[in-house]
Design a protein. Sequence first.
Length: 726
Amino acid sequence: MKVDELPVDERIKKIIRDRGIEGLYPPQAEALKSGVLEGKNLVLAIPTASGKTLVSEIIMVNKLLKEGGKAVYLVPLKALAEEKYREFREWESLGVRVAVTTGDYDSTDEWLGKYDIIVATAEKFDSLLRHSPRWIKEVKLVVADEVHLIGSYDRGATLEMILSHMLGRAQILALSATIGNAEELAEWLDAELIVSDWRPVELRKGVFHLGTLFWEDGKIDRYPENWESLAVDAVKRGKQALVFVSTRQSAEKEAVSLSSKISRLLTKPELRELEQLISQIEDNPTTEKLKMALKGGVAFHHAGLGRAERTLIEDAFREGIIKVITATPTLSAGLNLPAFRVIIRDTKRYTDFGWTDIPVLEIQQMMGRAGRPKYDKVGEAIIVARTEDPKGLLGKYIQGKPEKLFSMLANEQAFRGQVLALITNFGVSNFRELIGFLERTFYAHQRKDTASLEYKAKDIVYFLIENEFIDIDLENNFIPLPLGKRTSQLYIDPLTAKKFKDAFPALEKNPNPFGIFQLIASTPDMATLNASRREMEDYLDLAYELEGNLYISIPDYEDPRFQGFLGQVKTAKVLLDWINEVPEVRIYETYNIDPGDLYRILELADWLMYSLVELYRLFEPKEDVLNYLSSLHLRLRHGVREELLELVTLPNIGRKRARALYNAGFRTREDIMRAKVKDLLEVEGIGIKIVEGLFKHLGVEMPGEAKEAEKKDGRKKGGTLDEFLK
Ligand SMILES: Nc1ncnc2c1ncn2[C@@H]1O[C@H](COP(=O)(O)OP(=O)(O)OP(=O)(O)O)[C@@H](O)[C@H]1O
């Protein structure tokens, strides 16, 4: 189908043609002829990079131009939300306003009312639904990207509930990878279904075993015995490769090892470009290994890296500066980063149940990354058989079908929060209505029976009544209580709220950071660290030393909670170091964690600390305790001691710059307002741009002499990811 033949607004066609796209891919054409442009729901299950995004753009913009209202585009990851936001902004030339929202779960985000396309993570949109902002009624279309994540254990329930809420209220477009039961999903959503394995770039798949590469069509190629030769060969042919492994350690180890082999193949200008890239990366124990690998054109990519490094790596790979990336599977789920050759070194990963096979669906998603449209005629996806039987791998992952999708609504933690939200935020007023709602879910559709879900829901309702989240009147109607409403809006697990509530009496008597941080770390919403065997004794000693500050008693060695408790002590200690201004690098080294881990812990702790303060307000708070908690929250957010709290509220002043200013004698806003520009410029990390920002914020006019200083100030300051830390 030609773009010109599309039954949509001419202006839409023009923008598509301006992108250099004249014809639609077959599954795209099929999708657009399915009735979706007339308002029907659609499930589109086609491979990665076969043009799902373009289809959804056409549907969204066409609907908005025709009918007005809003379209919401749901993605699983923050990074993806940013990526889609950047892509969709192109439509602003047609007057379609685009916004992205991912953070802060306790907000109505009324500002979004001005926008037409809203890109959000599923969690964020779920929290918005709970706050019911005025604009929510205007949502006429929901696009659920990666809808197969309904089957993900910890996050599936959120997406399923959103769709259950929106079904019948808005048109639904669900974009999915190829799954075993797409029909079932489409039936549930009352949607048309398009399934196709058409790809813009042909995909060859094979299994590699000790130097022999068995292609699915029966052809055989020979290589040196080690699988690394596959990556080296791709680079020799002027191409790139992605290597998927199961752990961070393997990603790092393989990157360094491959680097030494690939560096020999690089030209001088390529090596210079890599040097330049390396010079942009901050120093810490994780990036030390990264820099080593980058010297030979290889990078690793995993959740332990900071956001700046990840973006840098992704961009440099797209530009061809980096030749090979070794990655944990997070990359395959998240980003549009194709390569000529995908090598899957591991098909097993370690979970709570020991080593388990990675699902076919995930391996096929990884394989789908092979082949760069516009650059490659074919892409190659190769699974490495190390101890496994190569025929078995071929049968399972290459010729086999992906798994069926199963509802994860019954996952207790997720379900607890969802049941509470139905009662406190969505007007479900008795058990019958609760069951009525649950009957609309994918779970009910799939099982044709909600008996076990009802059973679980009953348990949860008892828990909610017993702990005063809700009450029940004589006619068995639910009465939402303030604790329930607030818990749901704060988007925390009711169990987290219960832990906070139970700790308040002890906390009031002895508010202190260690006790509070251990409390936060003990909640199911926190990404608590593990204490390794080697560290256990140290953390036990610390717990005993600070026992008087804890709000629980230290569990016994035999207690099943013992190991978890030591992890909580470790997490609390990391947070203590953070608010006492221990430099990040020292934290990474001391606790053996990566920058990405620290970032995640801080992000979650910030949200939980905020929630703790908000919940405490409901229980006749003592003024001094409330002030203490609020100030501790700010210290946690900024990673500073109390005396810096005034300075870190200033623009571009994070923990490092605030400390430098303080030590140089600039301790308050007034000190800065009265300061001479040249004196401020003497302070470590403070450049003219920062001073300009400060003065502007404080309403001070920049003196003329500052212009001179601007010329002299050649030092490069600011502009990195860790900007907010500075
Ligand atoms: N009909 C087409 N003709 C040529 N190029 C196209 C066409 N449709 C999409 N593309 C291009 O193909 C690339 C991948 O498309 P898109 O991002 O829509 O795929 P996707 O299926 O959404 O990918 P992912 O599964 O990674 O989200 C983009 O660069 C896009 O511009």
